[in-house]
Design a protein around this ligand. Structure first.
Ligand SMILES: [Zn+2]
Length: 247
């Protein structure tokens, strides 16, 4: 290290000691990189996703293809699940949500079937993330409680003020977007990452959950209001969530 380098280092250290930051700024507990720069209408299909095409002449032991329906094994959680062209076209693994199978037709009539997955978990249970980080990985807005991307719920971001029993039970309020997203979440049959707000812009990842059941019964809603800051008469349903097995 020459004189100038030493001088520079000494100035820096000195400056640092003399001028501590007046307000401690929020530093994310962990930073996660977006999978790639976002592109219009295509934030999730990252280039690190793996794809496997089913070979109609050589189906694997846990694959089947009859008519426009396929059965295949989720490469992430090993659940065997069904994808029907008529019913789904494309379907997420109902057990872990981390893979999705698709089928375009029959194996004798030129149909194609494949599965796409990403087995690298993007989030760590117990760690906190900013809404910007969550949105960069999963898509969806940075403010909604059930962010959507391409007409699917990509995660849940719940506050205990609104949902005292989260993540097991949530009580969505009134509003066009809130009610639409709550309904969509209840119809979706696979788990998504769930985050609980612990401090301003610190959302703890608590695991993947899906809506197991929901009710608009007022007695049932009242039983689970539990002092939410959403007025009881504005709660539109109660959703019971089920946690996916950790992989
Ligand atoms: Zn799975």
């Amino acid at each position: 290290m020459n004189h100038w380098q030493r001088q520079w280092l000494s100035d820096r250290l000195h400056k640092k000691q003399q001028n501590p930051p007046a307000v401690e700024s929020f530093v994310p507990v962990v930073s996660i990189k977006p999978k790639r720069p976002s592109q219009p209408n295509d934030k999730i299909t990252a280039n690190i996703m793996k794809t496997k095409e089913l070979d109609p002449q050589n189906l694997g032991p846990k694959e089947d293809w009859a008519g426009n329906n396929i059965a295949l094994e989720c490469p992430v959680c090993r659940k065997v699940f069904l994808v029907s062209k008529q019913l789904h076209g494309e379907r997420h693994c109902p057990s872990c949500g981390r893979s999705r199978g698709m089928v375009t037709g029959g194996k004798e009539s030129g149909g194609k079937a494949s599965i796409i997955w990403d087995d690298a978990p993007a989030f760590t249970v117990g760690r906190k993330y900013s809404r910007k980080e969550i949105s960069a990985v999963l898509g969806g807005s940075e403010v909604e409680f059930l962010p959507t991307e391409n007409k699917r719920i990509v995660c849940g971001c719940f506050t205990l003020e609104h949902n005292p029993e989260a993540p097991d039970i949530v009580v969505p309020g009134t509003g066009k977007v809130i009610e639409r997203e709550a309904k969509l979440f209840c119809e979706q049959d696979y788990p998504v990452p769930i985050f609980i707000k612990r401090r301003p812009n610190e959302w703890e990842y608590v695991g993947d959950y899906k809506a197991e059941r929901s009710s608009t019964n007022t007695t049932e809603i009242a039983a689970h209001h539990k002092g939410s800051i959403t007025p009881l008469n504005e709660v539109t349903r109660v959703i019971f969530l089920q946690r996916a097995a950790m992989l």
